[in-house]
Design a protein around this ligand. Sequence first.
Ligand code: WT7
Length: 650
Amino acid sequence: MSETSHAEGRTFPPPEQLAAHANAGPEVYDEAAADRLAFWEKAARRLTWTQEWDEVLDWSNPPFAKWFVGGKLNVAYNCVDRHVEDGHGDQVAYFWEGEPADDTRTITYAGLKDEISKAANALLDLGVQAGDRVAIYMPMIPETIIAMLACARIGAVHMVVFGGFSADALASRLDDSGAVLVITSDGGYRRGAPSALKPAVDDAVGRSPGVRNVIVVKRTGQDVDWSEGRDLWWDDVVDRQSTEHEPESFDAEHPLYIMYTSGTTAKPKGILHTTGGYLTQVAYTHWATFDLKPDDDVYWTAADVGWVTGHSYIVYGPLANRATSVMYEGTPETPHRGRWWEIVQKYGVTILYTAPTVIRTFMKWGEDVPKDFDLSSLRVLGSVGEPINPEAWLWYHEHIGGGRCPITDTWWQTETGAHMITPLPGVTSLVPGSAQFPFPGISAKVVDDEGNELSDDSTGLLVLTDPWPAMLRTIWGDDDRYVDTYWSRFGKNVYFAGDGAKKDADGNIWLLGRVDDVMNVSGHRISTTEVESSLVGHPSVAEAAVVGASDPTTGQGIVAFVILRESGTDSGDELVQTLRNHVARDIGPIAKPRQIMVVQELPKTRSGKIMRRLLRDIAENRELGDVTTLTDDSVMNMIKEKLPAAPSED
Ligand code: WT7
């Protein structure tokens, strides 16, 4: 398979000014290579510990790691109190921007400390103890962060469930985690209208006898059903509390949170993160990957707190580094398509971190939208969640970054907790479309099915060959599944990430999507991502999703679903042929899609991932599988109605 589908040709060296003052220069790679554990130990010293560790890493019982063994610290103290003690209490921690116009709040570090202390006291009053699980099912409002940090402060384990999830999803997570308390709100704003949350909590908690109380934040003023004795208003239980709370130190391996993520079976996996190693790596990566300067930058992760990106890079990393952040409640098109750029302009955002799927949506809306706003404050851009195709990379670089901002394409997972493969903005010459190099102190390889390393552009599997501080410690309540899922394919010392990848001659790592998304066509491995990238490289295509459908002759056949750009291109047979030939030219005849279907929408999870599994069901004419994690399940009916009777032959 040719490299040319990726090769944009150009590389982008770091801006001189940035390189000259970068937090992380080339020396960090050397330091980490010389002594990995000493490197992470130094990163840990950026935090405040109340007790020194005895050992940096205990890997005597793989794959169960212990980092900073014997060390003690309090996460909330590290994220907030110490900055106030250092004289930065007046610094803004969050500029919060609600979706309704003029609905804003500014929260300083001192203010945040008071609110977290009050919430911590309220949780203690309700009998929540260290180690108890507290569910948080909230919109993007400051109380969500306050609730998370209040849990961390008292050693309770938070379990945030994205507010877009259904009552069923919430119920199964309450049950699996054994939550004793739920923190929620009456509702939140979504696309210009209040959207209720409390009814789903009532439904889910009704099935979860372990939940003793539900704390409800008033956000929208919607009517709510009330269960006397169980339900409590946040204002009633939190506002009356003292702003004094003495943080207790917890063991470095004390559980910090559980975050559920979908696996290959129906039952979601409760990924467990702990205290010291997690905070060390999220804080250090946030500082290095984005070159965060706490006195100057205005940082914005445009994601939901309900995902790991929000946990690590809206909450823990930025706060540990004393960042000033933007937090936005709503959607990018409410009330207009320039809302994000208006926010960048208003707060002078300097660092923006978002996902390729959003960037492609902006591309679809056209460059005239951002053009009307002053984006000159931006200096570093980030990308996360899926491979960023070179076209989207270049669009982001030019139309958002004004051609001057490095883009850090960060590969990581809920399981890894923090960045694992990424360029560094002051060091790396960027190659559009590649996440490039393992972060200093991280060992990543591309291997074949037998575990032999590949570095010649051939497609293989991504593995992590040494434990890292922010790694998951287990799957909640299921050590066996933890071992089976991640540490059995190549033995107990090698983490199997589930991603296809290849490494080129310059050492750049190209992520190729989940391995179940790597197709095998006539014995050739072709990445769905590669074909998608080619399709969106065609001027008439806005978005594309590709699946491998089983095929009697070739093993798998390539089936593509495409959304056309708005400018009303012809969607007939002729265009389909043009696109098939375009891909064949771009990647090679082997990659020519068997079938291309023009659709209006693609089925996506609430985190914006395309649900290829469902598209595969359609391509193979099967009954649809589980659709409960879709944002909008009517999308599937729309697609089915559009289907041609038989695949087009060539
Ligand atoms: C999977 C993890 C990391 C937080 C958001 C997603 C894919 C993530 C990239 C990237 C290529 C990426 C991988 C990974 N992925 N970032 N920069 N380039 N692929 O977290 O839901 O746990 O998903 O997302 O396939 O395995 P997640």
